[in-house]
Design a protein around this ligand. Structure first.
Ligand SMILES: NC(=[NH2+])NCCC[C@H](N)C(=O)O
Ligand SMILES: [Mn+2]
Ligand SMILES: [Mn+2]
Length: 302
């Protein structure tokens, strides 16, 4: 049966400290997403963008860059709750949700929706751990926290709207890490999360690492949520991101990783986040995002 993919735009920027990432969904569509998905042999269905509180409508008090504080948490709750419903509805319609960020805080809604009526695994392709909490965050930016939120870790325990019921740390694999805060490092050591750093990819090659990540994420689950932060790639390949870190995966490694995901036939939901057209060069990061989404959904070279 041909897979239908529902595109859900989540044009947020309040979870990051860089304006412009809210234009990610349009840049990704403009880069030819629908056509790329057709080339992948799936039927794209565009649900448009979720309403997101504009800068003028936000609580100015919620933008205090102090330590031990999550900025715009109320706004994040509002959008995450809606997004979770849309993701869950897509799955109930037997359609694969493809969420377009926006900053990585949108992953809270994706995880909650994808794990609403199922046990899921997650693969986090990212330079960062996104495992901070309102207490440990060095920046206050919620895009550095969504995985901890979904897992209900530390002060996210009991923050119900942010917890993904069917997601357990044993089924989460982070791939391509190269920038961690101390508290995140500590957390990875003290939980059942699986973490593959760039050094693991150097040593073992991307396919082996992603095979292992898939084994973790599919073990006893109904499917896998793939979260692709474009800063996972080397900034030379993906310059249009707010928090670039040198030493990321190459163009070919990224495709290979997502082709391996497609091959496993375990993809349940997908998101591509952190594309910031203002920081991009000729929309190349958005183009990369569309290509990689197509690879994850089954596009092959031959
Ligand atoms: N999704 C991202 N780009 N996250 C970057 C997070 C950076 C840093 N760890 C922080 O908490 O602020
Ligand atoms: Mn990142
Ligand atoms: Mn991220």
């Amino acid at each position: 049966m041909t897979r239908t993919v529902r595109i859900i735009g989540a044009p947020t920027d309040y979870g990051a400290n860089r304006r412009g990432v809210d234009m990610g969904p349009s840049a990704i569509r403009y880069a030819g997403l629908a056509e790329q998905l057709e080339n992948a042999g799936v039927v794209p269905e565009d649900a448009g963008d979720l309403p997101v509180p504009r800068a003028e409508e936000r609580d100015p008090e919620a933008n205090q860059p102090t330590e031990g504080h999550a900025k715009f948490l109320r706004e994040t709750e509002e959008v995450s709750t809606r997004l979770a419903d849309d993701v869950a509805d897509a799955l109930a319609d037997d359609v694969t949700p493809l969420v377009l960020g926006g900053d990585h805080s949108v992953a809270i809604g994706s995880l909650v929706g994808s794990a609403r009526d199922a046990d899921i695994g997650a693969i986090w392709f990212d330079a960062h751990g996104d495992l901070n909490t309102p207490t440990t965050t060095p920046s206050g930016n919620v895009h550095g926290m969504p995985l901890a939120a979904g897992l209900g870790i530390a002060d996210f325990g009991g923050v119900e709207w942010a917890n993904a019921p069917g997601l357990r740390p044993e089924n989460v694999a982070l791939v391509g890490l190269r920038s961690l805060d101390d508290a995140e490092r500590e957390l990875i050591r003290s939980t059942d999360l699986t973490a593959f750093t760039m050094s693991d990819i150097d040593e073992r090659g991307i396919t082996d690492v992603v095979d292992d990540a898939l084994a973790v994420a599919t073990d006893g689950t109904d499917g896998v949520h793939v979260s692709l932060d474009l800063d996972w790639l080397d900034p030379k390949e993906a310059p249009g991101v707010g928090t670039p870190v040198r030493g990321g995966v190459s163009y070919r490694e990224a495709h290979s990783a997502l082709e391996t995901v497609a091959h496993s036939e375990s993809l349940r939901s997908l998101e591509v986040v952190e594309v910031n057209p203002i920081l991009d060069e000729h929309n190349e990061t958005a183009e990369l995002a569309t290509e990689l989404a197509a690879s994850a959904l089954g596009k092959t070279i031959l």
